[in-house]
Design a protein around this ligand. Sequence first.
Ligand code: FES
Length: 519
Amino acid sequence: MEITYLGHAGFLVESQEIILIMDPWLSEHGAFDSSWFQFPCNHHLAGLVRNKLSITGKKKYIYISHEHKDHFDIEFLNSIKEKDFTFIIGDFRREVLKELLSKVRAKNLIACRDREVIKIPGGFVQLFLDDTELNRDSAIYLSSGDNNFLNFNDCRKLDEIHYIKSEYRNIDIFTCQFSGATWHPTCYEYSKNEYERISRRKMIGKFESVAKAIESLTPNLYIPSAGPPRFLDPVMQHLNFEEVNIFPLSYKFLNYLKKRVKNDKINFFDIMPGDTLNTQSMKFINLSDTRIDEKNYNEYITDYIKKYKNYFAERKYIIQNNGYRTILERLRNELQSKLDKLSLSNRVSAPLYFILFDKPEKFLKVDFLQGAVTFASGIAEEDNYIIKAPSWEITRILDRIITWDDFSLTFRMKLNRKPDIYQKVIEAFLVLEAEDLNEFCKKLLEIESKQERIIIEAGGCKYSINRFCPHEGGDLTHSWIEDNRYVVCPRHNWKYDLKNDGKCTLNDASIYSISLENE
Ligand code: FES
Protein backbone atom coordinates (compact mmCIF):
# COMPACT_ATOMS: atom_id res chain seq x y z
CA MET A 1 0.00 0.00 0.00
CA GLU A 2 0.95 3.66 -0.31
CA ILE A 3 0.55 6.23 2.42
CA THR A 4 0.46 9.93 1.54
CA TYR A 5 0.75 12.39 4.38
CA LEU A 6 -1.93 15.08 4.19
CA GLY A 7 -0.55 17.26 6.96
CA HIS A 8 -1.47 17.48 10.66
CA ALA A 9 -3.23 14.15 11.46
CA GLY A 10 -4.28 13.47 7.86
CA PHE A 11 -3.24 10.43 5.80
CA LEU A 12 -4.39 8.99 2.50
CA VAL A 13 -3.87 5.23 2.32
CA GLU A 14 -4.29 3.49 -1.01
CA SER A 15 -4.03 -0.19 -1.91
CA GLN A 16 -5.26 -2.28 -4.85
CA GLU A 17 -8.65 -2.55 -3.20
CA ILE A 18 -9.21 0.51 -1.03
CA ILE A 19 -8.74 4.19 -0.43
CA LEU A 20 -8.84 5.20 3.21
CA ILE A 21 -8.56 8.86 4.15
CA MET A 22 -7.80 9.66 7.78
CA ASP A 23 -8.69 12.99 9.44
CA PRO A 24 -8.47 15.26 6.39
CA TRP A 25 -8.10 18.82 7.76
CA LEU A 26 -7.58 20.88 4.64
CA SER A 27 -9.79 23.98 4.83
CA GLU A 28 -8.17 27.34 4.31
CA HIS A 29 -9.90 28.84 7.35
CA GLY A 30 -8.05 26.56 9.74
CA ALA A 31 -9.92 25.39 12.85
CA PHE A 32 -11.40 26.69 16.10
CA ASP A 33 -12.61 29.96 14.66
CA SER A 34 -9.41 30.36 12.66
CA SER A 35 -7.13 30.22 15.66
CA TRP A 36 -5.26 27.09 14.48
CA PHE A 37 -3.77 26.63 11.03
CA GLN A 38 -2.21 23.58 9.43
CA PHE A 39 1.56 23.43 9.57
CA PRO A 40 3.14 23.11 7.10
CA CYS A 41 0.31 24.46 4.96
CA ASN A 42 -1.56 21.62 3.22
CA HIS A 43 -4.47 23.40 1.50
CA HIS A 44 -3.15 22.42 -1.94
CA LEU A 45 -3.87 18.74 -1.15
CA ALA A 46 -7.66 19.19 -0.94
CA GLY A 47 -7.97 18.65 -4.72
CA LEU A 48 -5.87 15.46 -4.58
CA VAL A 49 -8.13 13.98 -1.90
CA ARG A 50 -11.31 14.91 -3.79
CA ASN A 51 -9.85 13.34 -6.98
CA LYS A 52 -8.97 10.14 -5.17
CA LEU A 53 -12.50 9.94 -3.84
CA SER A 54 -13.87 10.17 -7.38
CA ILE A 55 -11.95 7.04 -8.48
CA THR A 56 -14.23 4.11 -9.26
CA GLY A 57 -13.54 0.43 -8.64
CA LYS A 58 -12.11 0.78 -5.14
CA LYS A 59 -13.90 0.79 -1.77
CA LYS A 60 -13.52 4.23 -0.19
CA TYR A 61 -13.50 5.17 3.47
CA ILE A 62 -13.02 8.31 5.52
CA TYR A 63 -12.00 7.82 9.13
CA ILE A 64 -12.69 10.70 11.53
CA SER A 65 -10.94 10.08 14.84
CA HIS A 66 -13.02 12.53 16.91
CA GLU A 67 -14.96 15.76 16.80
CA HIS A 68 -12.15 18.30 17.28
CA LYS A 69 -12.15 20.56 14.24
CA ASP A 70 -8.52 19.89 13.33
CA HIS A 71 -9.64 16.31 12.66
CA PHE A 72 -13.26 16.80 11.72
CA ASP A 73 -13.25 19.39 8.94
CA ILE A 74 -16.91 19.69 7.98
CA GLU A 75 -16.21 22.41 5.40
CA PHE A 76 -13.89 20.07 3.49
CA LEU A 77 -16.18 17.03 3.90
CA ASN A 78 -19.07 19.03 2.46
CA SER A 79 -16.93 19.96 -0.54
CA ILE A 80 -16.61 16.30 -1.65
CA LYS A 81 -18.94 15.71 -4.60
CA GLU A 82 -18.73 11.91 -4.91
CA LYS A 83 -20.45 10.55 -1.83
CA ASP A 84 -19.95 6.80 -2.43
CA PHE A 85 -17.65 6.41 0.55
CA THR A 86 -18.14 5.10 4.07
CA PHE A 87 -17.35 7.05 7.22
CA ILE A 88 -15.58 5.12 9.98
CA ILE A 89 -15.84 6.66 13.45
CA GLY A 90 -15.84 5.60 17.09
CA ASP A 91 -19.16 4.70 18.65
CA PHE A 92 -18.89 7.41 21.27
CA ARG A 93 -21.40 8.12 24.03
CA ARG A 94 -21.87 11.63 22.65
CA GLU A 95 -23.55 11.29 19.29
CA VAL A 96 -22.85 14.74 17.86
CA LEU A 97 -20.16 13.54 15.42
CA LYS A 98 -22.48 10.85 14.10
CA GLU A 99 -25.32 13.34 13.71
CA LEU A 100 -23.21 15.93 11.90
CA LEU A 101 -21.65 13.35 9.59
CA SER A 102 -25.06 11.96 8.66
CA LYS A 103 -25.78 15.37 7.09
CA VAL A 104 -22.83 14.91 4.68
CA ARG A 105 -24.91 12.10 3.12
CA ALA A 106 -22.11 9.63 2.48
CA LYS A 107 -23.10 6.13 1.35
CA ASN A 108 -22.58 4.59 4.75
CA LEU A 109 -21.33 5.22 8.29
CA ILE A 110 -19.76 2.60 10.55
CA ALA A 111 -19.52 3.43 14.25
CA CYS A 112 -17.00 1.07 15.92
CA ARG A 113 -16.93 0.08 19.56
CA ASP A 114 -13.63 0.04 21.46
CA ARG A 115 -11.28 -2.61 19.98
CA GLU A 116 -13.89 -3.60 17.41
CA VAL A 117 -12.45 -5.07 14.20
CA ILE A 118 -14.04 -4.06 10.89
CA LYS A 119 -13.20 -6.03 7.78
CA ILE A 120 -12.34 -4.06 4.66
CA PRO A 121 -11.22 -5.48 1.28
CA GLY A 122 -7.72 -6.95 1.64
CA GLY A 123 -7.54 -6.47 5.43
CA PHE A 124 -9.18 -4.85 8.41
CA VAL A 125 -9.20 -1.83 10.69
CA GLN A 126 -9.49 -1.77 14.46
CA LEU A 127 -10.37 1.30 16.52
CA PHE A 128 -9.27 2.09 20.08
CA LEU A 129 -11.58 4.47 21.86
CA ASP A 130 -11.00 6.97 24.64
CA ASP A 131 -14.47 8.07 25.76
CA THR A 132 -14.07 9.74 29.13
CA GLU A 133 -16.05 12.98 28.52
CA LEU A 134 -13.10 15.35 29.00
CA ASN A 135 -11.27 13.27 26.39
CA ARG A 136 -13.11 11.80 23.44
CA ASP A 137 -10.81 10.42 20.77
CA SER A 138 -9.78 7.27 18.92
CA ALA A 139 -6.75 5.61 17.35
CA ILE A 140 -6.82 3.33 14.31
CA TYR A 141 -4.87 0.20 13.38
CA LEU A 142 -4.98 -0.70 9.69
CA SER A 143 -3.84 -4.05 8.32
CA SER A 144 -3.65 -4.51 4.58
CA GLY A 145 -2.49 -8.13 4.81
CA ASP A 146 1.18 -7.47 4.03
CA ASN A 147 1.67 -4.30 6.05
CA ASN A 148 0.16 -2.46 8.95
CA PHE A 149 -0.13 1.14 10.07
CA LEU A 150 -0.93 2.30 13.60
CA ASN A 151 -2.19 5.88 13.71
CA PHE A 152 -2.61 7.13 17.27
CA ASN A 153 -3.04 10.77 16.18
CA ASP A 154 -3.66 12.71 19.43
CA CYS A 155 -5.42 9.89 21.27
CA ARG A 156 -3.89 9.70 24.73
CA LYS A 157 -4.83 6.10 25.50
CA LEU A 158 -1.20 5.07 25.39
CA ASP A 159 -1.79 2.36 28.02
CA GLU A 160 -3.42 0.49 25.10
CA ILE A 161 -0.03 0.15 23.36
CA HIS A 162 0.77 -3.02 25.34
CA TYR A 163 -2.40 -4.73 24.17
CA ILE A 164 -1.68 -3.72 20.56
CA LYS A 165 1.88 -5.02 20.77
CA SER A 166 0.74 -8.34 22.23
CA GLU A 167 -1.93 -8.71 19.51
CA TYR A 168 0.10 -7.69 16.46
CA ARG A 169 3.79 -7.99 17.43
CA ASN A 170 5.28 -6.30 14.35
CA ILE A 171 4.22 -2.75 13.64
CA ASP A 172 5.43 -1.35 10.32
CA ILE A 173 4.50 2.30 10.66
CA PHE A 174 3.53 4.14 13.82
CA THR A 175 2.44 7.75 14.08
CA CYS A 176 1.41 9.70 17.14
CA GLN A 177 1.20 13.28 18.36
CA PHE A 178 4.30 14.51 20.19
CA SER A 179 3.28 18.12 20.98
CA GLY A 180 0.66 19.65 23.26
CA ALA A 181 -2.64 21.35 22.49
CA THR A 182 -4.21 22.71 25.64
CA TRP A 183 -4.93 26.09 27.17
CA HIS A 184 -2.66 25.26 30.08
CA PRO A 185 -0.16 26.86 30.31
CA THR A 186 -0.73 28.57 26.92
CA CYS A 187 -3.40 30.99 28.18
CA TYR A 188 -2.56 31.19 31.87
CA GLU A 189 -1.18 34.42 33.28
CA TYR A 190 2.20 33.20 34.48
CA SER A 191 5.53 34.98 34.71
CA LYS A 192 7.83 34.17 31.80
CA ASN A 193 9.93 31.86 33.98
CA GLU A 194 6.95 29.97 35.30
CA TYR A 195 5.40 29.68 31.83
CA GLU A 196 8.62 28.24 30.46
CA ARG A 197 9.10 25.90 33.41
CA ILE A 198 5.59 24.41 33.02
CA SER A 199 5.89 24.29 29.22
CA ARG A 200 9.22 22.49 29.42
CA ARG A 201 7.88 19.96 31.91
CA LYS A 202 4.88 19.27 29.71
CA MET A 203 6.92 19.10 26.52
CA ILE A 204 9.44 16.63 27.95
CA GLY A 205 6.63 14.60 29.56
CA LYS A 206 4.97 14.23 26.17
CA PHE A 207 8.26 13.47 24.38
CA GLU A 208 9.01 10.81 26.95
CA SER A 209 5.60 9.11 26.82
CA VAL A 210 5.78 8.88 23.00
CA ALA A 211 9.39 7.65 23.19
CA LYS A 212 8.23 4.92 25.58
CA ALA A 213 5.41 3.95 23.20
CA ILE A 214 7.92 3.76 20.32
CA GLU A 215 10.25 1.59 22.40
CA SER A 216 7.39 -0.77 23.29
CA LEU A 217 6.06 -1.05 19.75
CA THR A 218 9.47 -1.10 17.98
CA PRO A 219 7.95 -0.03 14.66
CA ASN A 220 9.97 -0.10 11.48
CA LEU A 221 9.18 3.61 11.03
CA TYR A 222 7.89 6.34 13.35
CA ILE A 223 6.56 9.54 11.83
CA PRO A 224 5.60 12.57 13.92
CA SER A 225 2.11 13.93 13.19
CA ALA A 226 -1.06 15.55 14.59
CA GLY A 227 0.51 18.88 15.34
CA PRO A 228 1.59 21.31 16.33
CA PRO A 229 -0.57 23.85 14.49
CA ARG A 230 0.52 27.43 13.83
CA PHE A 231 -1.24 30.62 14.88
CA LEU A 232 -1.82 33.32 12.27
CA ASP A 233 -4.24 35.58 14.14
CA PRO A 234 -2.27 38.70 15.23
CA VAL A 235 -3.33 38.17 18.87
CA MET A 236 -1.53 34.84 19.07
CA GLN A 237 1.27 35.03 16.52
CA HIS A 238 3.84 35.21 19.34
CA LEU A 239 3.18 31.50 20.02
CA ASN A 240 4.95 30.68 16.74
CA PHE A 241 8.21 32.21 17.91
CA GLU A 242 8.49 31.37 21.61
CA GLU A 243 11.68 29.61 22.63
CA VAL A 244 9.83 27.15 24.85
CA ASN A 245 6.16 26.21 24.75
CA ILE A 246 3.99 23.13 24.34
CA PHE A 247 4.10 23.41 20.52
CA PRO A 248 7.63 22.19 19.67
CA LEU A 249 8.40 21.49 16.03
CA SER A 250 8.93 17.97 14.74
CA TYR A 251 12.68 18.30 14.19
CA LYS A 252 13.09 19.10 17.88
CA PHE A 253 11.30 15.90 18.82
CA LEU A 254 13.20 13.82 16.28
CA ASN A 255 16.50 15.12 17.69
CA TYR A 256 15.29 14.05 21.15
CA LEU A 257 14.31 10.60 19.85
CA LYS A 258 17.61 10.04 18.09
CA LYS A 259 19.45 10.49 21.39
CA ARG A 260 16.83 8.78 23.51
CA VAL A 261 15.78 5.63 21.59
CA LYS A 262 18.71 3.24 21.21
CA ASN A 263 17.37 0.80 18.67
CA ASP A 264 18.82 0.82 15.15
CA LYS A 265 15.83 -1.06 13.78
CA ILE A 266 13.52 1.91 14.39
CA ASN A 267 13.62 4.63 11.74
CA PHE A 268 12.34 8.19 12.06
CA PHE A 269 11.30 10.54 9.32
CA ASP A 270 10.28 14.19 9.35
CA ILE A 271 7.31 13.82 7.04
CA MET A 272 5.86 16.77 5.08
CA PRO A 273 2.40 17.14 3.49
CA GLY A 274 2.47 15.43 0.09
CA ASP A 275 5.17 12.84 0.93
CA THR A 276 4.22 9.32 -0.15
CA LEU A 277 5.57 6.11 1.38
CA ASN A 278 5.44 2.73 -0.34
CA THR A 279 5.00 0.28 2.50
CA GLN A 280 6.34 -2.78 0.62
CA SER A 281 9.73 -1.19 -0.02
CA MET A 282 9.43 1.18 2.97
CA LYS A 283 10.77 3.88 0.66
CA PHE A 284 9.34 7.32 0.02
CA ILE A 285 8.31 7.42 -3.63
CA ASN A 286 7.29 11.07 -3.59
CA LEU A 287 8.71 13.92 -1.55
CA SER A 288 7.22 17.38 -1.30
CA ASP A 289 9.39 20.27 -2.48
CA THR A 290 8.47 22.22 0.64
CA ARG A 291 10.51 21.03 3.61
CA ILE A 292 10.58 23.03 6.83
CA ASP A 293 13.44 22.82 9.26
CA GLU A 294 15.22 24.92 11.81
CA LYS A 295 16.83 27.07 9.10
CA ASN A 296 13.86 28.15 7.01
CA TYR A 297 11.15 28.05 9.70
CA ASN A 298 11.07 31.78 10.54
CA GLU A 299 10.86 32.82 6.91
CA TYR A 300 8.13 30.26 6.20
CA ILE A 301 5.97 31.38 9.14
CA THR A 302 6.46 35.07 8.36
CA ASP A 303 5.17 34.43 4.82
CA TYR A 304 2.28 32.31 6.11
CA ILE A 305 1.26 35.13 8.48
CA LYS A 306 1.44 37.67 5.64
CA LYS A 307 -0.95 35.61 3.52
CA TYR A 308 -3.61 35.91 6.21
CA LYS A 309 -3.04 39.57 7.06
CA ASN A 310 -6.10 40.79 5.17
CA TYR A 311 -8.24 37.90 6.32
CA PHE A 312 -7.79 38.91 9.96
CA ALA A 313 -7.91 42.65 9.21
CA GLU A 314 -11.35 42.23 7.60
CA ARG A 315 -12.64 39.93 10.33
CA LYS A 316 -13.96 42.58 12.69
CA TYR A 317 -16.65 41.98 15.28
CA ILE A 318 -18.20 45.18 16.55
CA ILE A 319 -20.26 45.09 19.71
CA GLN A 320 -22.52 48.09 20.29
CA ASN A 321 -22.24 49.59 23.74
CA ASN A 322 -25.58 48.32 25.03
CA GLY A 323 -24.76 44.90 23.54
CA TYR A 324 -22.45 43.98 26.41
CA ARG A 325 -25.30 43.85 28.89
CA THR A 326 -27.17 41.43 26.63
CA ILE A 327 -24.08 39.25 26.19
CA LEU A 328 -23.53 39.09 29.95
CA GLU A 329 -27.18 38.26 30.56
CA ARG A 330 -27.13 35.51 27.95
CA LEU A 331 -23.84 34.22 29.35
CA ARG A 332 -25.27 34.25 32.86
CA ASN A 333 -28.22 32.09 31.73
CA GLU A 334 -25.87 29.73 29.89
CA LEU A 335 -23.54 29.33 32.89
CA GLN A 336 -26.50 28.87 35.23
CA SER A 337 -27.87 26.07 33.07
CA LYS A 338 -24.43 24.42 33.15
CA LEU A 339 -24.22 24.81 36.90
CA ASP A 340 -27.67 23.26 37.35
CA LYS A 341 -26.38 20.10 35.63
CA LEU A 342 -23.13 19.91 37.58
CA SER A 343 -24.04 17.51 40.37
CA LEU A 344 -20.48 17.65 41.79
CA SER A 345 -20.45 21.44 42.11
CA ASN A 346 -20.10 21.15 45.90
CA ARG A 347 -16.51 19.97 45.34
CA VAL A 348 -15.47 23.46 44.23
CA SER A 349 -15.12 25.92 47.08
CA ALA A 350 -13.55 28.88 45.23
CA PRO A 351 -15.69 30.98 42.87
CA LEU A 352 -15.12 31.37 39.15
CA TYR A 353 -15.16 34.86 37.66
CA PHE A 354 -16.02 35.28 34.00
CA ILE A 355 -14.86 38.62 32.57
CA LEU A 356 -15.26 40.15 29.12
CA PHE A 357 -11.92 41.61 27.99
CA ASP A 358 -13.54 44.58 26.34
CA LYS A 359 -15.96 45.45 29.18
CA PRO A 360 -14.14 44.45 32.36
CA GLU A 361 -16.03 46.65 34.88
CA LYS A 362 -19.02 44.34 35.22
CA PHE A 363 -18.66 40.56 35.15
CA LEU A 364 -20.11 37.26 36.33
CA LYS A 365 -19.45 35.24 39.44
CA VAL A 366 -20.09 31.50 39.50
CA ASP A 367 -20.57 30.37 43.07
CA PHE A 368 -20.35 26.59 42.93
CA LEU A 369 -21.32 26.03 46.57
CA GLN A 370 -24.42 28.23 46.34
CA GLY A 371 -25.28 26.96 42.84
CA ALA A 372 -25.76 30.53 41.58
CA VAL A 373 -24.36 32.75 38.82
CA THR A 374 -24.63 36.47 39.64
CA PHE A 375 -23.36 39.82 38.40
CA ALA A 376 -20.28 41.18 40.17
CA SER A 377 -17.97 44.16 40.03
CA GLY A 378 -15.23 43.14 42.47
CA ILE A 379 -13.25 40.07 43.59
CA ALA A 380 -13.13 39.56 47.34
CA GLU A 381 -11.94 35.95 47.74
CA GLU A 382 -8.27 35.07 47.96
CA ASP A 383 -8.82 31.70 46.32
CA ASN A 384 -10.46 32.13 42.93
CA TYR A 385 -10.47 31.12 39.31
CA ILE A 386 -10.66 33.81 36.63
CA ILE A 387 -11.32 33.57 32.93
CA LYS A 388 -11.25 36.58 30.59
CA ALA A 389 -12.34 36.34 26.97
CA PRO A 390 -13.30 38.67 24.12
CA SER A 391 -17.05 39.30 23.99
CA TRP A 392 -17.28 38.51 20.25
CA GLU A 393 -15.93 35.00 20.86
CA ILE A 394 -18.40 34.48 23.71
CA THR A 395 -21.20 35.54 21.36
CA ARG A 396 -20.08 32.82 18.95
CA ILE A 397 -20.62 30.23 21.71
CA LEU A 398 -24.00 31.66 22.69
CA ASP A 399 -25.07 31.67 19.02
CA ARG A 400 -23.99 27.97 18.82
CA ILE A 401 -21.46 28.67 16.07
CA ILE A 402 -18.72 27.14 18.20
CA THR A 403 -18.93 24.79 21.18
CA TRP A 404 -17.42 25.38 24.61
CA ASP A 405 -14.74 22.84 23.71
CA ASP A 406 -13.96 24.75 20.49
CA PHE A 407 -13.78 27.94 22.55
CA SER A 408 -11.21 26.42 24.92
CA LEU A 409 -9.03 25.63 21.90
CA THR A 410 -9.24 29.10 20.38
CA PHE A 411 -6.62 30.17 22.95
CA ARG A 412 -8.09 33.69 22.82
CA MET A 413 -8.76 33.77 26.55
CA LYS A 414 -6.65 34.43 29.63
CA LEU A 415 -6.89 32.36 32.79
CA ASN A 416 -5.69 32.64 36.32
CA ARG A 417 -6.20 30.41 39.35
CA LYS A 418 -5.31 30.76 43.00
CA PRO A 419 -3.98 28.42 44.23
CA ASP A 420 -2.39 27.23 41.01
CA ILE A 421 -3.80 23.70 41.12
CA TYR A 422 -5.64 21.82 38.40
CA GLN A 423 -9.32 21.34 39.22
CA LYS A 424 -11.05 18.82 37.05
CA VAL A 425 -14.59 19.89 37.92
CA ILE A 426 -13.91 23.53 36.92
CA GLU A 427 -12.21 22.36 33.72
CA ALA A 428 -15.28 20.28 32.84
CA PHE A 429 -17.63 23.14 33.72
CA LEU A 430 -15.79 25.41 31.31
CA VAL A 431 -15.18 23.11 28.36
CA LEU A 432 -18.22 20.80 28.25
CA GLU A 433 -21.70 21.52 26.98
CA ALA A 434 -24.47 21.72 29.61
CA GLU A 435 -26.04 18.45 28.43
CA ASP A 436 -22.76 16.53 28.97
CA LEU A 437 -22.01 17.61 32.52
CA ASN A 438 -24.22 15.02 34.18
CA GLU A 439 -22.45 12.24 32.31
CA PHE A 440 -19.07 13.75 33.23
CA CYS A 441 -20.00 13.63 36.94
CA LYS A 442 -21.21 10.04 36.62
CA LYS A 443 -17.97 8.96 34.92
CA LEU A 444 -15.82 10.75 37.49
CA LEU A 445 -17.59 8.90 40.30
CA GLU A 446 -17.15 5.63 38.39
CA ILE A 447 -13.38 6.17 38.08
CA GLU A 448 -13.15 7.06 41.77
CA SER A 449 -15.09 3.98 42.81
CA LYS A 450 -12.70 1.55 41.12
CA GLN A 451 -11.13 -0.38 43.98
CA GLU A 452 -8.66 -2.63 42.17
CA ARG A 453 -5.11 -2.53 43.54
CA ILE A 454 -1.84 -3.61 41.97
CA ILE A 455 1.67 -4.20 43.30
CA ILE A 456 4.56 -2.32 41.77
CA GLU A 457 8.26 -2.11 42.51
CA ALA A 458 10.31 1.06 42.83
CA GLY A 459 13.83 1.58 44.18
CA GLY A 460 13.95 -2.02 45.41
CA CYS A 461 10.69 -1.70 47.41
CA LYS A 462 7.24 -3.06 46.73
CA TYR A 463 4.14 -0.87 46.94
CA SER A 464 0.44 -1.47 46.65
CA ILE A 465 -1.34 1.27 44.62
CA ASN A 466 -4.71 1.90 42.96
CA ARG A 467 -4.64 0.38 39.50
CA PHE A 468 -6.51 3.19 37.73
CA CYS A 469 -5.36 6.79 37.52
CA PRO A 470 -7.86 9.17 39.19
CA HIS A 471 -7.51 11.66 36.33
CA GLU A 472 -9.07 9.77 33.41
CA GLY A 473 -8.76 6.14 34.47
CA GLY A 474 -5.39 5.33 32.79
CA ASP A 475 -4.23 1.80 33.62
CA LEU A 476 -1.21 2.16 35.91
CA THR A 477 -0.16 -1.43 35.18
CA HIS A 478 1.50 0.27 32.20
CA SER A 479 2.91 3.21 34.14
CA TRP A 480 6.64 3.72 34.62
CA ILE A 481 8.81 4.70 37.56
CA GLU A 482 10.97 7.83 37.70
CA ASP A 483 13.67 8.58 40.27
CA ASN A 484 12.85 5.36 42.14
CA ARG A 485 9.74 6.97 43.67
CA TYR A 486 7.35 8.49 41.12
CA VAL A 487 4.69 6.48 39.28
CA VAL A 488 4.03 8.17 35.91
CA CYS A 489 0.67 7.61 34.20
CA PRO A 490 1.12 6.85 30.47
CA ARG A 491 -1.86 8.98 29.36
CA HIS A 492 -1.16 12.51 30.54
CA ASN A 493 1.99 11.97 32.62
CA TRP A 494 0.61 12.79 36.04
CA LYS A 495 3.20 11.75 38.64
CA TYR A 496 2.36 10.06 41.93
CA ASP A 497 4.87 10.04 44.76
CA LEU A 498 5.22 6.60 46.37
CA LYS A 499 7.10 8.13 49.27
CA ASN A 500 4.24 10.54 49.97
CA ASP A 501 1.34 8.06 50.20
CA GLY A 502 0.86 8.09 46.41
CA LYS A 503 -0.14 11.76 46.23
CA CYS A 504 0.02 13.48 42.85
CA THR A 505 2.83 16.02 42.52
CA LEU A 506 0.57 18.44 40.59
CA ASN A 507 -2.73 18.42 42.49
CA ASP A 508 -4.58 16.68 45.32
CA ALA A 509 -5.28 13.39 43.47
CA SER A 510 -3.82 10.19 44.94
CA ILE A 511 -3.28 6.52 44.11
CA TYR A 512 -2.97 5.76 47.86
CA SER A 513 0.32 3.88 47.88
CA ILE A 514 1.21 1.57 50.75
CA SER A 515 4.73 0.27 51.23
CA LEU A 516 4.72 -3.52 51.59
CA GLU A 517 8.21 -3.72 53.03
CA ASN A 518 7.11 -4.18 56.63
CA GLU A 519 4.43 -6.75 55.95
S1 FES B 1 -5.38 9.33 32.90
FE1 FES B 1 -4.61 11.32 32.68
S2 FES B 1 -2.79 11.28 33.80
FE2 FES B 1 -3.63 9.36 34.14
